[in-house]
Design a protein around this ligand. Structure first.
Ligand SMILES: [Mn+2]
Length: 410
C-alpha cells in the first residue's frame, strides 16, 4: 500500500562545526567561502525540501556539534526548521556521533515540527498528509555501541511505507532482510546506495565536501515514492565548494605547450559540468616522458600552478588549482633492478622494504632529532601500510631521477 505519489528528503552529516580543511593555505578571496560552506550547503538542503514540496524530512545524524558551533549552529537549524514548519513539513532527526539529543542547548527550543529519536531505543512516528498517514518513520539516535541493531526495526503492520533513520555502520544485506522500504543512514561523508531493490539502503553523504579526499558532487537526496510503493532516490547538489581530483596523461612527446592545452581543455570541461559552484582542483599528471621528471623537480609545477591560478582561480565562480604533481608510478624496466649500478642497489633496497612490510623503515636515524614527527605527522604515520608504500614509491622515483644519467631520461 502506498499513499503515493509523494517525495521526502533525506540528508545527514551537515557538520556545521567543521569548515573545509586539509589545505596548506586558503587563498584570501576564498576564505569566506570556506568558513561559510557548511552553513550555505545546509541551507540548500532546506531550500530543496521547500522547492520539492516534500512530505517530510529525515535527518540521519551529525548535523552539528553545538559545543563547537556555539549558539550560531542551533539557531541556524531552528530557523531552517521553522521555515519547514510554516509549510507543514515535519522533520525526523536521529542523532549521530556529534549530535545526540542531550547536547542540544536547553535554552534553545526546537519547533514543534521536529521529532528527535531517543538514544539506543527505536521510536516510531507517522507522518501525515492532510490528515491521512503518509509513512511510518522509525529511528534511534546512536548509542555507545555505535552499531545499528537491524533486528529492532520492523515494517509498519499496516503496510505503510516504512523508513528507518539511523546513524552508523551496518551490513546492507542485514538491513534489507528487515523488509522496510528505506534505510535513511548517516555517518558517511560520501554518498552511496549499496542496495536499491527491494529495499533502498542509502547514505546521502555530507551536503558539503570537507577536504581534497571528499571529491565530487555533494548534496542531499530526494526520494520519490510512486503509487505502487516503489522508491527512487535522486541527488540534488547543495555544495558551494567542490573538490575535484583531475588526472591527465602525458607521453614522451608531450611538450609543455601541449600540457597547457590539455589543462585548459579540461578546465573548460570542468567549468561546464560544474556550473555555479567554486572548484578546488588537485591535478595529477601521469604517464611517461621527460615532462614528468621536470614536474617532479624544478620550477615547472610551480609555474603551471601559478598560470592556472591566474587564468581560472579568480573568476566567479572560481576554479582554484590546489596543486599539480606528477603521479608516483613505478613502471621501471626490469633490468634496472639487476644491473651492477648504484641505481640498481638502491632499487633493490626499496623492493626489499616493499616485500617486507614488517621491517621498520627506521627513518629517524637520517633526521635531526624531533623532526620526523613534523615531517610525516604524529603517531609515525608510516606504520600505516598505504602511507609506507607511498613513501617507498616516492623514494624510488626520486632515487631514479637522481641516479639516472641524462642519456636515459625516460
Ligand atoms: Mn559524520
Amino acid at each position: 500500500m502506498s499513499n503515493g505519489p509523494f517525495r521526502f528528503l533525506h540528508a545527514s552529516d551537515f557538520h556545521l562545526e567543521m569548515p573545509p580543511h586539509g589545505v596548506a593555505e586558503v587563498p584570501e578571496h576564498l576564505t569566506d567561502l570556506f568558513l561559510e560552506a557548511p552553513y550555505a550547503a545546509a541551507e540548500q538542503v532546506f531550500e530543496t525540501a521547500l522547492a520539492e514540496e516534500v512530505g517530510f524530512v529525515v535527518l540521519s545524524g551529525d548535523l552539528l556539534d553545538p559545543q563547537h558551533t556555539g549558539p550560531r549552529g542551533p539557531l541556524f537549524l531552528v530557523e531552517q526548521f521553522a521555515r519547514l514548519a510554516e509549510r507543514g513539513i515535519p522533520v525526523y532527526w536521529a542523532g549521530g556521533a556529534v549530535d545526540p539529543p542531550e547536547v542540544w542547548p536547553t535554552a534553545i527550543r526546537l519547533p514543534e515540527n521536529v521529532h528527535r529519536f531517543p538514544v539506543g531505543r527505536v521510536e516510531s512516528f507517522t507522518a501525515q498528509r492532510e490528515g491521512s498517514p503518509l509513512a511510518c518513520i522509525l529511528g534511534a539516535s546512536r548509542d555507545a555501541r555505535h552499531s545499528i541493531r537491524a533486528g529492532e526495526f520492523s515494517p509498519s503492520p499496516g503496510g505503510l511505507i516504512t523508513v528507518a533513520a539511523v546513524h552508523g555502520a551496518a551490513e546492507p544485506e542485514a538491513l534489507q532482510q528487515r523488509g522496510l522500504h528505506y534505510w535513511a543512514l548517516g555517518g558517511r561523508h560520501h554518498r552511496s546506495t549499496p542496495l536499491s531493490v527491494p529495499t533502498l539502503v542509502h547514505w546521502p553523504g555530507s551536503p558539503q565536501g570537507r577536504r581534497p579526499s571528499e571529491s565530487g558532487m555533494h548534496g542531499c537526496t530526494v526520494v520519490h515514492v510512486d503509487e505502487q510503493a516503489r522508491l527512487r532516490n535522486t541527488l540534488t547538489t547543495t555544495d558551494v565548494l567542490r573538490w575535484l581530483s583531475e588526472r591527465l596523461v602525458v607521453d614522451e612527446a608531450t611538450s609543455r605547450d601541449t600540457l597547457e592545452t590539455q589543462l585548459r581543455e579540461r578546465m573548460h570541461t570542468l567549468r561546464e559540468t560544474n556550473s555555479n559552484v567554486d572548484l578546488i582542483i588537485s591535478w595529477v599528471i601521469a604517464g611517461a616522458g621527460p615532462l614528468l621528471g621536470k614536474l617532479r623537480r624544478g620550477p615547472l609545477a610551480a609555474e603551471l600552478l601559478e598560470w592556472l591560478r591566474g587564468e581560472y582561480g579568480y573568476g566567479s565562480p572560481s576554479a582554484w588549482s590546489l596543486a599539480i604533481e606528477a603521479e608516483p608510478s613505478l613502471m621501471l624496466p626490469p633490468e634496472w633492478f639487476e644491473q651492477e649500478t648504484i641505481r640498481a642497489d638502491f632499487l633493490r633496497a626499496i623492493r626489499h622494504y616493499e616485500r617486507s612490510p614488517e621491517e621498520p623503515l627506521d627513518l629517524d636515524v637520517y633526521l635531526p632529532e624531533g623532526e620526523l614527527a613534523e615531517v610525516i605527522g604524529p603517531g609515525l604515520a608510516l606504520a600505516d601500510p598505504p602511507a609506507r608504500n607511498r613513501a617507498l614509491r616516492e623514494a624510488a622515483l626520486l632515487g631514479v631521477d637522481l641516479l639516472t644519467g641524462k642519456e636515459a631520461s625516460s
